[in-house]
Design a protein around this ligand. Structure first.
Ligand code: ADP
Length: 501
């Protein structure tokens, strides 16, 4: 709180937010963190570009004001829309520029999968609009005390704010350092970004410029979404070329673990499941009904044998980061030496989609692949699978392993980033101590993944141990309560220490 009575006003600026638009974990966080802060008494609003998908969601909208923002070679009128629709959790503002955002496809790519060619302009215009709004243009009767920005699409906001008078302080959260928002000098010039910022200590990045770098340099505080990833990104292996910059901003860098929305991801009440269940053994049997229904839905006959065999689940963007190639590499051996079956939901790189489609065709009663994006199927896989695969090469936090823990589906994870901070390996000692929640392997290699999956399958067949691991996992608290308090403390601290605080 500021002063004694007034709640702190926080503006979240991001490129996606569930339930309006979501391509990954960022969308979940921009729904659940503002909501928790709001429940704690903060006055939080979220601003997003007015994509077509959002307008088609039909939130109740009213016009809050207009402004004019410079784009590439010409300026754009920006309409600020405001929604207090209850489905959104907190009030949402939209920066409406039809030329840039009213299109099919996802926030970043054309329906055919390639990046929108004007992404530099789209997110520069959005960032300029947010910075102006945060400094009172247009006056919408609400001005933030802090602007909390997320990932490269909003990285220019801290830079614009830093150079504006009477601007609130800003935070930049890195949800994934491997997307750096890199664009050319030609685009930089066309967008009218200041010449003085084009230095190697500024926005320039190996002959191009990086919007992520702008956020890192100019935000008053930078954080990432798990303590382990915050440490990892200081090494060349994980820094994506930003090691030097990150080391230079170490004094303002921290790691705060993401939480999950425990209402939306709750096996006790989840409306997408055929049978609700909890960790209590009497209702936990409902999980088996979800397994049978999932197998059937995915085209695998739920025979007694199939129900007994371990079912491995995967819900993921199909990109190298997620270790999809490692899974593809071990499938032949898994099929040969175990009775495990696989259900996979994902969209992403063409190559992965093609190979998975082919494998599912070759082994229709062992592997099922649903290509595309389906929020409700994601819930059913979390509930119906026995083991969840998440062999990410790196993982800033990861939400899917948290969902799988909550759904009694122990995750198999690589020892990296947020996966280290959230999953306790079923080593003999951890099983003895009753702290084990999943299966962790050290090296991102097919051999290590296979050994780990085989170890998990062995324990799957030892039912008392298996139940104990599930039970421990389901009882973990991954709610936002703790981390949201840490964010609130961070906002407070910034208000007290920055120039305008
Ligand atoms: P990332 O943000 O890197 O994609 P996370 O594990 O943090 O990974 O979050 C992924 C989120 O996106 C989860 O909510 C997951 O269920 C969802 N997701 C990913 N791919 C799909 C898909 N194909 N269909 C439905 N949900 C998906």
């Amino acid at each position: 709180m500021t002063g004694n009575t007034k709640p702190m006003k926080i503006l979240f600026a991001a490129s996606e937010a569930y339930p309006l638009i979501k391509t990954g974990g960022l969308g979940d966080v921009i729904y659940s963190l503002p909501r928790t802060l709001h429940q704690m008494g903060l006055d939080v609003r979220v601003i997003l570009p007015a994509y077509r998908d959002i307008l088609e969601f039909k939130p109740e909208l009213k016009i809050a004001g207009w402004l004019e923002v410079q784009g590439a070679g010409h300026s754009h009128p920006v309409r600020i829309l405001e929604s207090h629709d209850e489905r959104l959790g907190v009030p949402v503002l939209l920066a409406d520029v039809a030329d840039l955002f009213d299109r099919p496809g996802n926030p970043y790519t054309h329906p055919d999968g390639y990046d929108w060619p004007d992404n530099a302009e789209r997110f520069t215009v959005f960032s300029r609009a947010v910075a102006q709004l945060a400094t009172g243009t247009p006056d919408i009767g609400w001005r933030p005390d802090i602007v909390h920005t997320h990932d490269w699409q909003t990285g220019l906001i801290p830079a614009f704010l830093y150079h504006l008078k009477n601007a609130p302080p800003s935070i930049f959260t890195i949800h994934n350092l491997s997307y750096a928002g890199i664009f050319s000098h030609i685009e930089y010039t066309a967008l009218g970004l200041p010449d003085e910022w084009w230095t190697s200590e500024g926005l320039e990045f190996h002959g191009n410029f990086s919007m992520l770098k702008a956020g890192l340099l100019y935000a008053d505080h930078v954080n990432t979404v798990s303590p382990t990833y915050a440490k990892e990104i200081l090494s060349s292996e994980f820094s994506n070329g930003f090691e030097g910059v990150l080391k230079s901003i170490r004094h303002k860098l921290s790691g705060l673990l993401n939480g999950i929305d425990q209402d939306i991801w709750n096996p006790k009440t989840d409306p997408d499941l055929v049978s609700n269940y909890s960790e209590k053994w009497q209702t936990f049997k409902g999980k088996q009904e979800n397994k049978a229904a999932l197998l059937k839905e995915m085209g695998i006959k739920p025979t007694a044998k199939k129900l007994q065999a371990p079912l491995l689940g995967l819900v993921s963007r199909l990109v190298e980061q997620k270790g999809i190639d490692l899974i593809l590499d071990i499938i032949p051996e898994l099929l040969k030496t175990t009775d495990a079956n696989l259900v996979i939901l994902g969209a992403g790189q063409d190559y992965f989609e093609r190979v998975l489609t082919m494998l599912a065709k070759q082994h229709p009663q062992r592997i099922a692949f649903h290509s595309g994006y389906s929020e409700s199927l994601a819930h059913r896989i979390e509930a119906g699978a026995d083991l969840f695969l998440m062999p990410s090469r790196f993982e800033p936090c990861g939400l899917n392993q948290l969902y799988s823990l909550r759904y009694g589906t122990p995750p198999v994870v690589h020892k990296t980033g947020g996966l280290v901070d959230t999953v306790v390996d079923a080593s003999e000692e951890n099983i003895r101590n009753k702290t084990a929640t999943g299966f962790v392997f050290d090296e991102p290699t097919p051999e290590a993944l296979l050994t780990c999956v085989l170890r998990a399958i062995k324990i799957y067949n030892d039912k008392p141990t298996w139940r104990q691991i599930i039970h421990t996992g389901m009882r973990q608290d991954f709610s936002w309560t703790h981390s949201a308090s840490e964010y609130a403390a961070l906002y407070n601290n910034l208000l007290n220490t920055t120039k305008n605080g």
